[in-house]
Design a protein around this ligand. Sequence first.
Ligand code: URA
Length: 237
Amino acid sequence: MEWLQKVIAKSGIASRRKAEQLIKEGRVKVNGEVCTKLGTAVSNKDVIMVDGKVIKQETKVYIVINKPRNCLTTTSDDRGRPIILDYIKNVKERIYPVGRLDFDTTGVVILTNDGDFANLLMHPSNEIKKTYRVSISGEVSEDKLDRLRAGLRISKEEFSPAYVEFVKYNPENGKSTVNITIHEGRNHQVKRMFEAIGYKVVKLHRVSIGHISDKGLKFGQYRKLTNEEIEAFYYEE
Ligand code: URA
């Protein structure tokens, strides 16, 4: 659901202020009824008319991209650094990334222009799982990983127990690989969790968000989510 004036503005026929004026002047109908109330919530199932003409609501777009290294998960950057939207071609809707990955982190990012969907993914109470493949310097012991499994307190911050799987230790480069699944999304969370148990993260890749993985996507590649994939988030456990 979105506010009527926002939907009118997004359709491109008026600015937000002008849209509010149109509503107040009684020139807007929702499902055949004149609506003069600002802040009326509408969905894309509602038929909205302005001066007797049906407006075309912005199509909802849902994309998964495999973010490459060295780009920002933002929609603009005043310092001219590469941003994730540089990789998205032929999408005219105003999409934005849901949540962030660090500049040097790779992997799954979902982009959309659907605010409700973005809130669903972000809201802590929904506990959407995110799995990361982490490369750390040094040989990690199960004892140390158990601290992540038990839940951590860093300064005054509590981190919920994580699902952690040791993958391998490579004696040639002295690095360990670990998979970790968390459902929170705090700033630099995975790096901070490993730092707390004495390891530096040297490479970080998000393999999946819920049931959406990087499968079949090279760095910088993206695809649209299917209706089934979108709906499944509403039933995610
Ligand atoms: N945790 C981090 O430390 N960085 C990311 O980019 C994502 C999760």
